[in-house]
Design a protein around this ligand. Structure first.
Ligand code: AMP
Ligand code: MN
Ligand code: MN
Ligand code: MN
Length: 286
């Protein structure tokens, strides 16, 4: 039996596009009754030490994690790594290179928005990004909202920043097999993040899952802030059919852009094998 009653295995801090510091994320999770938390900033491990320190003595077990940006048939896919060694050199170097590419992409997004009449977006997004190496489209969206041009972040994505929109720029992120390999090389468990969010045909989704599992991917987010109940049922079925471990993931960024609070996800369907069964087994062996 799992000793964990309220796991939440995907969230963000100010080290990427979250609104709370790593310490504040852990404190909010503890207050919400989370007992197993993974901090999974985009392409970044810089918040892990602070989160580990904050979790010490709190009763919450903190898993070092990451959410890696991957390019797959022209779509951006996110692969979460759980329980990684956040000092493993190959992973650390690879993420540093992804962040360098991200900085170059930010310049191109700024140029593209300027061509559409939105000036100062690069400077505006940078000013809203606490980590200079991690300017996300979310920071561009928040800047555009702050100018009064658009009412909320979702509207900005719908008009400018989502795939194929006028401010969108094509970017080459990591290869799927490489990202899964870095996570495994750092002792971690690779989980496919929010599968319902990708614009893929059924055949492309099957191909993604084939390649993910062949590379050593083991888990899939089933219950979470990004999934409707129908999407949850669809991917619960995928987990059963493919023998994937199931994850529960708020993808919390802050109350400013909340879908589900830390620890606020529904329970997993009872018959699925949770990813955290793996962490219990490891704990028992030690
Ligand atoms: P990036 O990794 O810089 O391409 O930015 C992706 C981030 O933008 C996601 O992790 C979300 O935080 C945010 N995002 C993406 N799509 C949307 C959307 N439709 N509405 C609100 N936020 C979004
Ligand atoms: Mn994000
Ligand atoms: Mn994501
Ligand atoms: Mn996320």
């Amino acid at each position: 039996m799992s000793p964990f009653r309220n796991p939440d295995l995907h969230c963000h801090s100010t080290r990427s596009d979250g609104f709370l510091t790593p310490r504040a994320v852990v404190e909010r999770a503890v207050a919400n009754g989370v007992d197993l938390l993974a901090l999974t900033d985009h392409d970044e491990l810089g918040g892990i030490d602070e989160a580990l320190a904050a979790a010490e003595g709190s009763g919450l077990k903190l898993l070092p994690g990451v959410e890696i940006s991957v390019s797959f048939v022209g779509e951006t896919i996110h692969v979460v790594g759980l329980d990684i060694d956040h000092r493993e050199p190959t992973l650390v170097t690879a993420l540093s290179q992804l962040r360098a590419g991200r900085a170059e992409r930010a310049v191109r997004i700024g140029d593209e928005l300027a061509r559409r009449g939105i000036r100062g977006a690069l400077a505006g997004a940078r000013a809203l990004a606490p980590n200079p190496e991690l300017v996300s489209r979310a920071h561009f969206a928040r800047f555009i909202v702050s100018t009064g041009l658009m009412p909320d972040v979702k509207t900005v994505f719908d008009h400018y920043l989502a795939t194929g929109k006028p401010g969108y720029v094509v970017h080459q992120w990591a290869e799927l097999e490489a990202a899964v390999g870095w996570i495994r090389g750092a002792g971690g468990l690779p989980v496919l993040a929010h599968p319902a969010r990708y614009r893929l045909s059924s055949a492309q989704m099957e191909n993604l899952l084939d390649r993910f599992q062949a590379a050593g991917g083991e888990g899939i987010e089933v219950v979470g802030g990004a999934h409707t109940p129908e999407e949850m049922m669809r991917f619960a079925q995928v987990a059963r059919r493919r023998g994937l471990l199931a994850s529960r993931a708020s993808d919390f960024h802050g109350v400013e852009e909340i879908r589900v609070d830390l620890g606020g996800c529904n329970p997993l369907p009872q018959d699925l094998v949770p990813v955290w069964s793996r962490f219990c087994a490891r704990a028992q062996v030690r």
